[in-house]
Ligand binder design. Sequence first.
Ligand SMILES: NC(=O)c1ccc[n+]([C@@H]2O[C@H](COP(=O)([O-])OP(=O)(O)OC[C@H]3O[C@@H](n4cnc5c(N)ncnc54)[C@H](OP(=O)(O)O)[C@@H]3O)[C@@H](O)[C@H]2O)c1
Length: 209
Amino acid sequence: MVTVNCAMTADGKIAGRSRKQLRISSAEDLERVKRMRASSDAILVGVGTVLADDPHLTVKGLPPERNPLRVVLDSNGRTPAGARVLDARARTLIVTVEGCTATWPGADVLRAGRGKVDIAAMLESLYDRGVRTLMVEGGGETIFSFFESGMVDRYCVFVGSMIVGGRNSPTPADGAGLPEESAARLKLVGCDRLGDGVLLTYEAGDGPT
Ligand SMILES: NC(=O)c1ccc[n+]([C@@H]2O[C@H](COP(=O)([O-])OP(=O)(O)OC[C@H]3O[C@@H](n4cnc5c(N)ncnc54)[C@H](OP(=O)(O)O)[C@@H]3O)[C@@H](O)[C@H]2O)c1
């Protein structure tokens, strides 16, 4: 089960023009995200998010052995040695590509694909490692790749009550874009007010049409 989860502004941005982390979620949404993380086997982000936000990707209060596996897509070995995702609070898997020789103390390395990480091959390897529920938290390039490869089962997006604008501000799905006739079709299965914002939940799974 692959769940994409993110928070966007009312004008559809997941961060502002500086690309630094922007608090979009309400307190209620943060609690929901914490519960979703705690019930996931693994949490995944792209290296762009590691470089922009330096997240821990852990659930506060859980010991390392009960925290979900942290997974980073990083074809070129750009995850800095001191990144928080490499701390001792949880296990970490850096997914890179054939030909990348980088290693990180304390992290496992998986090679899947050439050029950039092959999402389907990576998911197979994660399955072999016991990952049944994967939460994809961003950023826009990464989420797009999951939709492009048709590997998303559920898409949860919190819409916060703010506008940040910016033609280059990231959105939930950036990348090269799908051909219009191949837009990924979703089914709206939930619409919940969480504080001063709305959580939209969609089922996907058919991939690009
Ligand atoms: N509001 C939210 O919920 C939320 C959540 C997370 C992040 N964000 C924001 O998102 C922004 C970062 O997003 P981003 O799009 O720049 O970066 P990203 O999606 O976090 O990472 C993208 C990078 O991952 C690597 N990668 C390797 N294989 C890939 C593949 N198959 N598909 C896609 N990427 C692959 C690529 O770098 P290499 O080619 O070097 O490998 C790529 O540039 C930040 O502004 C952050 O604050 C917001």
